[in-house]
Design a protein around this ligand. Sequence first.
Ligand SMILES: Cc1cc2nc3c(=O)[nH]c(=O)nc-3n(C[C@H](O)[C@H](O)[C@H](O)COP(=O)(O)OP(=O)(O)OC[C@H]3O[C@@H](n4cnc5c(N)ncnc54)[C@H](O)[C@@H]3O)c2cc1C
Length: 461
Amino acid sequence: MVTSSGARRAGTAILWFRRDLRLSDHPALSAASSRFERVVPLYVWDPHLIGPSGANRLSFLSGCVDALGASLGGRLVIRSGPPSRTIPEVARHIGAEAVVVTRDFGPYGTRRDTEVSAALGEGTELIALDSPYAVSPGSLLTTGGSPFQVFTPFARAWRTHGWDAPMRRPRLGCLDRAGLHDQVPRLPAAAAASLPEPGEGAAHRRLDTFLRAGAAGYRHERDRPDMDRTSRLSPYLRFGCLHPRQVLDRLEAGRPGHDTFATELCWREFYADVLHHRPDAARRAYRPEWRAFPVDTGRGADERLEAWRNGRTGYPIVDAGMRQLRHEGWMHNRVRMIVASFLVKDLHVDWGRGARWFMEQLVDGDLASNQLNWQWVAGSGTDAAPFFRVFNPVTQGRKFDPDGAYVRRWVPELASVDSTVVHEPWKAGDTLFDSVDYPPPIVDHAVEREEALARYRRVAR
Ligand SMILES: Cc1cc2nc3c(=O)[nH]c(=O)nc-3n(C[C@H](O)[C@H](O)[C@H](O)COP(=O)(O)OP(=O)(O)OC[C@H]3O[C@@H](n4cnc5c(N)ncnc54)[C@H](O)[C@@H]3O)c2cc1C
C-alpha cells in the first residue's frame, strides 16, 4: 500500500491507548496509521491501576473507553491483565512489528513501559511518542541546567518553548481488530451520583461551553465555588479525551480570562515535570526536612479524618467541599485548598492520608497534580505556600462564598441560616443545633492554628 506522501506502508502495529483516549490531535495514532498497513487499536485494563483508582474514576474511564470504541466503529480491542503479559500475547498473536504509544511520564507508567518493552523482545519495538502535555516533562531546565522548583520561572520557560499546533484526525482505514475478542473486567459501580459525560465529544462540548460562557469571567471569578466559573476540563485532560494543545490552540492572547487560563494549564505541566524529576515526591515530602513533621496518629486522628471525609467537621465550607467530592467526584479548586489546609493544619493529619482519599474519590485524580498540590498546601512541596499562612475556614468561606450559596447547596441542613452567619452557624443560636442534624465545630480553629504553628517552629528551626 502507498500512502499519500508516496511512502510504502507495510506490516502490523498495535496502537495501545492509555491516557490518550481520543482520535484527534493524536501523534502516536497518526504515526502508526501512516507507517503501518494494519493497526490494531487496543485498550488494556491493568489491575495495578484498577486497584487504587476508586469507583468514580473507573466509571468515568470506562465510559471514555466505550466512547472511544464507538468512534472507532467497534474496532477497539479490550483486554484485561498486566500489560507485560497482555501486550506481548496480542503482539505475538497478530504478528505485530511495533507497539505504538503516547509516552507516559509517571513513575508507574515509566516502569511499566520498560517492562513491556523487555517482554516484547526482539522483533517487536515499543515506539513511544508525544506525551499528555503541551511541553513534555523533562524538556525544560533552568539556565543552570537543573529542574525547575519554582512555578513562575517554569511558566515563563514553558511559554517561550511553545508547543505544536494540534494535528488533524488521521484516516482510519488501516484500523482492524484482527479477529480478536474482548476481555472486559467487572468494575465497581460509581459511588458519586453525578459524573461528567465521558468521551472526546463531551470534552470538546465542555471546552466550547467554557470558551463561550465562562472564560471571560475566569480571571476574577474562578475562585468562587458558588459561581462555578471554571472549565471542569480536568477529567478529560486526565484521560486525554482532550490534549492541552487543543485547549491552548483555542485561546487568544489579550482575550479576557484566556491568559489566566493558560497559566492554570501550566500548573498541571509544572507538577508533571516535578514528579518526572522526583518520582519519590508522590509518596513522601519533597523537602527532606518535612519528613520529620509531627502529625497525629491513633484513634483521635482516625475519628477526625472520618469526620472530614464525611463532611461533618462543623465548618460549613469544609463540609460543603467534602460532600461535593462524594457527590460529583470533583471539587472546586479553592475549596480543595481549604479542605486540604483544614486536614493538615487544623486536624494535624498527615497530608498523605488526605491525598489518598482524594485519589479514591476524584474523577480527575492524577498522581502529579494531586500529590504535589497537597504538598503545596502542607508546605512540604516545591514552591509551597508558606506554612504559617493557615487558611481560616470562616474567612475563606465569607470571601469566596459571600452569600453562602455553595454551602447551602451541599449542606442543606444550613439552608435557612442567615447569610451573615452561614459560615459560622454556631453564632446562629443554640436552637439551630436542636432543630438540624449538623455538628458543632470538631475543633477550635484559633487553637489549632497556634498548635500547627508551634509544630512548624519545631521543624523550621
Ligand atoms: C489538594 C488539591 C488536590 C488536587 N488534585 C488534583 C488532581 O488529582 N487532578 C487534577 O487534575 N487537579 C488537581 N488539583 C488542581 C485543581 O484543583 C483542579 O485541576 C481543578 O479544580 C479542576 O477543575 P477545572 O478543570 O474546572 O479547573 P480550571 O480552573 O478550569 O483549570 C483548567 C485546568 O488547569 C489545570 N489546573 C488548574 N489548577 C491546577 C492546579 N492547581 N494544579 C494542577 N493543574 C491545575 C487542570 O488541568 C484544569 O483542568 C488539586 C488541587 C488541590 C489544591
